[in-house]
Design a protein. Structure first.
Length: 65
């Protein structure tokens, strides 16, 4: 009886670990996308020679795709 309970607890721990790893991967991907957007915005803000309107439209197009 104790062995069955222990096996059940181990399975539950494994499922929880897998779910946590999946969430972490999703958060990492989301953070990576946000960092890429911030880099673009920083470049737009600091590059005075760029056509800001075109850059903003490009960001909108990228967001929709």
């Amino acid at each position: 009886m104790f062995r069955r309970w222990l096996v059940h607890k181990e399975r539950m721990a494994q499922v929880l670990t897998e779910a946590t790893a999946e969430k972490a991967a999703q958060y990492a991907a989301h953070t990576e996308r946000l960092e890429a957007r911030v880099r673009v915005l920083e470049r737009i803000a600091t590059d005075r020679g760029a056509d800001v309107a075109a850059e903003i439209e490009q960001l909108r197009d990228d967001r929709l795709n």
